[in-house]
Design a protein around this ligand. Sequence first.
Ligand SMILES: Nc1ncnc2c1ncn2[C@@H]1O[C@H](COP(=O)(O)OP(=O)(O)OP(=O)(O)O)[C@@H](O)[C@H]1O
Ligand SMILES: [Mg+2]
Length: 340
Amino acid sequence: MILTLTANPSIDRTVVLDSELVRGGVYRARASVSDPGGKGVNVARVLTSSGVQAMAVLPAAPTDPLLSALTTKGVRYCAVPTSGQARTNITISEPGGTTTKINEPGASLTVATREELFDAVLDLGRDAAWVVLSGSLPPGIPTDWYASIVQALRDTPSKVAVDTSDAPLLALAASFPESAPDLVKPNSEELAQLTGANAEELERAAAAGDPTATVTACRILLDRGVGAVLATLGSAGAVLVSNEGAWFATPPRIQALSTVGAGDSSLAGYILADIERCSGADKLRRAVAYGTAATALPGTTLPTPEQAHPESVTVRALDSPHTSSPIPPTSSPTRSSTHS
Ligand SMILES: Nc1ncnc2c1ncn2[C@@H]1O[C@H](COP(=O)(O)OP(=O)(O)OP(=O)(O)O)[C@@H](O)[C@H]1O
Ligand SMILES: [Mg+2]
C-alpha cells in the first residue's frame, strides 16, 4: 500500500473557455468539471487507476463533497474530521492550452487536527511501501511539519517521498540529514530554491541536451543525506540522481493541454516502477511517461497506464562511458491491474 498525505486538499474546478481570457470580461464557459485535488490526492488517484492500492490521508469534514468525489473515483481515504470545507482551486483553460490558476489558501487547521493527521500518517505509514508527503501546508501548520514527519518515520521500513515548495521545502532542508527523505521531487524552481541554482538555466540547458547543472544541483542534496532526487524539468524531461547513478530522460514532443498534476503524475510513475523493482533508468522512464501523459490530457485529468507511453521516452545514463546511447526499456510497461 502507498500512503499519501495532503494537508491542504481541494476541489479542483476547471472552466473551459472558447476564447482568450481578458481581464474584466464576462464569459460563458463551454464546459466545467470538478475533481478531487491536492498533490497527495493526485498521486493516490494515479496509483489507484494503475491498480495499486493507495490511501489518501487528508483533513475533511465528514459531509465534504471532496470525500464523495474521492469515493466516486475509487480512491481510499482516511479523513481526519475538520469543521470547514475544502478549498476550491480554479483553473481557467483557454484554447491553445493557456491555463490560469487561482488557488485558495485553505482553511486553518487546529492543533488537534494537525496532531491527529500526524498520528494517522505514522500509524498507517508503518505498513506502507511508500509514504508520500505532497503539497503546500495550510494556515496553522508550522513550516517544519514535513521535517518532523520524515524524522518520525525514520525507524519504519517505509520509504518517504516529499514534493513541496517554498517555506516547507526550505524548512525540510534546514534539518537534513535528520529529515532527509528517500526521495525528493523538485521541479526546476524548487531545485533552485534548495541549491541556489538558476531555474531557467537548468531547464534551458537540459532542453539543449545538457543536464549537467541539474545533476550537480541534485548531488548537493544527495551529499546532504537525500536518497534520490527526481528533478522534473517541464518539457525538457527529468533527471534522476541516486547512489546507483544518474539518468536523463526526454519526453516525446506532445501537444501540451494542461500541466495540472504533471509533477504528481511523474511521482506516481516513479513509485509504480519502484515497487516493481525496476532499474533507475526505468523508474525515470516511467516518471517522465506519466508526467508527459498528464500534460497531454485536458484540465485536471490524470493519466491511466494505457495513456502513459514509457517506450516513447528516451533515457541516457550520465556517468557511464556510453552517455550518448539511449538505454532501451528493460521491462515492458505494466498494463496489469495487480494490487501490491
Ligand atoms: N510541455 C511538456 N511537454 C512534455 N512533457 C511535459 C511538458 N511539461 C511537463 N511535462 C512532463 O511533466 C513532468 C513534470 O513537469 P514539471 O517539471 O512542470 O512538474 P511540476 O512543476 O512539479 O508540476 P506540478 O504543477 O504538478 O507541480 C516533466 O518531467 C515532463 O515529463
Ligand atoms: Mg510540482
